[in-house]
Design a protein around this ligand. Sequence first.
Ligand code: ZN
Length: 313
Amino acid sequence: MQRRDFLFMAGAASLTPATAASGAGSAAASAAGSRVMALDDHGAEAEWSVTGKTDPDAVALIEAWIGKSARAVAAYYGKFPVPRVLISVRFTSDRQRVGGRAWPFSPPRLELTVPVNADETALMRDDWVLVHEMTHLAFPYIPSRRHDWMVEGLAVYVEPIARIMAGHMDARQMWTDFIRMMPRGLPAPGDMGYDVTQNWARTYWGGAIFCLVCDIRCRQATDNRKGLRDALRGINAETDFSRDAGFAETLALGDKATGTTTLTDAWKQMREEPYDPDLEALWKSLGVMVAGSGLGFDDSAPLAPLRRAITTA
Ligand SMILES: [Zn+2]
């Protein structure tokens, strides 16, 4: 099973909680046995704790895992998205894969479950879950669940780009995953727009399609000078997961940062009516194509410069 199939396994990367209230407190802020570590060069730090397996090697592995994941997210956003985060990691024999959840407290809190036998390969090379959860920290908590497709879709879209920018992953892997998985986010017969028809595939992969299309449209509108990364950095400069925000206002913050109306226009286009792009044509125009058992890039394709810019700092 490939890594992104995990997104279809309940609990692997849970939706943000519906009932958690922003500013609800700082649970476990001073939990016994917690540690503090720096997450970037701008003063962001994590207060983190490990339960279920606390030998020095296990603790060191978790510290390295948190640090590596934070570097990827900071590479994408220019800094770690929040000044302080609480991270609790629980080793368990009940799970076969890493699971995670983000809670919009102040400071925000991440809960991770890790298989008790997880090794360096599982956490340091293959894991995407912690980067996904950390990505949630850069976007405000949107109380209306109608927009979960954006919240989860951007985490699906940003996570591999962040890891590529940090040198943790090859761009070919990301495009291979997108080609294989994004068709699942297309509307089925009878489906409506993103705000109306909600299921796992539309939420995670439909939302990721929205992000990819907005990245491309923004770059086309700005001669490839601004992209979705600039929009999301602009949003994170004004707010984060410890605060509530309206969806339209949040998109407007992103548009202000790029000097375009890309996000707002795309939302208006796709919120009620199903958006059904020709993904095959899109891959061709970006210059990504399956070649045998691998993936090839065509740098003469019309959108190849945009494709390269998407994963380059
Ligand atoms: Zn998520």
